[in-house]
Design a binder for this molecule. Structure first.
Ligand SMILES: [Zn+2]
Length: 324
């Protein structure tokens, strides 16, 4: 007989295929309905303003003989909310059991109590894997700041400049970076990086929309002809301050729930030194540079915890959680 974990993991897998940029600032959620140990319906929340996972999975028939598995605590109505309450829908359809992957920090178990009060057998498994499905949402709702990822490309000997070559990392790594850009709400960069590289910082070669750009420094220091001004379907925000925490707070007020860096070692190092980073993604090219510029030599990295390592056609892609 398949276990609760089996069905919840299946629901999480459904949600993991959704582009987080499309649901932002809502979380990705998966839901399955199980009767006699068989999945009879499934649904995900896959776009902001669209139907929730439960609404997509549940239909209108009574569910008295079924168990509903949902990766996150079902929502309820609150001021300004447009979509109907999934908690109320469950109360109307009366499933025998509801199994929930993680509590929603908006509701912190209040809706679990409502379901129990309506006579349902409700279990909350609180497994880190289900929170990990929505790291942007968790950080943004609990701290009102964006989830911050420092992205760097480096050589095997830790240098971030590749000598005579334009790119250190290979084509597949660079494509992965475009996928990352499509998943984050905004990119954090500096006037210095824009003057040095004249980047577009857009999404190319993969599906997805362009993230907004947060630029540290003065707009007037960038030539009007720079590539950064040539992309029209996004916003540019300038912050002329050295207070990085203030920048993150302001990004939170703008509704930016996730931020990835495209910058040099100075900003990356400062963000890490000030303990503002949630995740680090490093693309390591199998090259030795020797006398290039490094970026980690001044940092205390003992507590970093590797989340994944993957070979990308010769490059190594490391994902590290900066806060264990
Ligand atoms: Zn809902």
């Amino acid at each position: 007989m398949p276990s609760d974990i089996f069905f919840l993991k299946y629901a999480a897998q459904l949600a993991s295929h959704v582009d987080p940029h499309k649901t932002s600032p809502n979380p990705r959620v998966g839901c399955v309905v199980v009767r006699d140990d068989k999945i009879v319906a499934e649904g995900v929340h896959d776009n902001f303003g669209g139907a929730h996972a439960e609404a997509n999975a549940l239909g209108d028939a009574l569910l008295e003989a079924s168990t509903v598995y949902v990766t996150l605590e079902p929502c309820d109505c609150f001021a300004g909310k447009q979509t109907p309450s999934c908690t109320q829908k469950l109360i109307n359809l009366k499933p025998k059991r509801v199994v929930i992957g993680a509590l929603d920090p908006h509701f912190s178990g209040k809706n679990v109590e409502k379901l129990r009060a309506a006579g349902m057998d409700v279990e909350v498994l609180e497994i880190p894997e289900f929170k990990a499905l929505n790291p942007f949402f968790e950080k943004f709702i609990t701290q009102k700041k964006p989830y911050l990822c420092v992205k760097m490309a480096q050589s095997l000997d830790g240098c971030i400049t590749g000598g005579d070559e334009v790119y250190l990392s290979n084509e597949i790594s660079r494509k992965r970076v475009h996928v990352m850009r499509s998943q984050y709400s905004a990119i954090l960069t500096t006037v210095k990086t824009i003057l040095a590289d004249d980047p577009k910082l857009d999404v190319r070669g993969v599906a997805g929309s362009n993230p907004d750009i947060i630029i540290l420094g003065k707009k007037s220091d960038i030539p009007e002809t720079a590539n950064i001004f040539k992309i029209s379907d996004r916003k540019l925000h300038f912050f002329n301050t050295h207070d990085l925490e203030e920048v993150l707070d302001e990004c939170g007020k703008l509704g930016i729930d996730s931020l990835m860096t495209e910058c040099g070692p100075t900003l990356a190092g400062a963000l890490l030194a000030e303990n503002l980073v949630d995740e680090v993604q490093i693309f390591i090219a199998p090259k030795l540079v020797g006398d290039g510029v490094g970026w980690t030599s001044d940092l205390d990295l003992k507590n970093w915890k590797r989340q994944s390592v993957e070979a990308l056609d010769g490059d190594i892609h490391l994902v590290i959680l900066a806060r264990p």
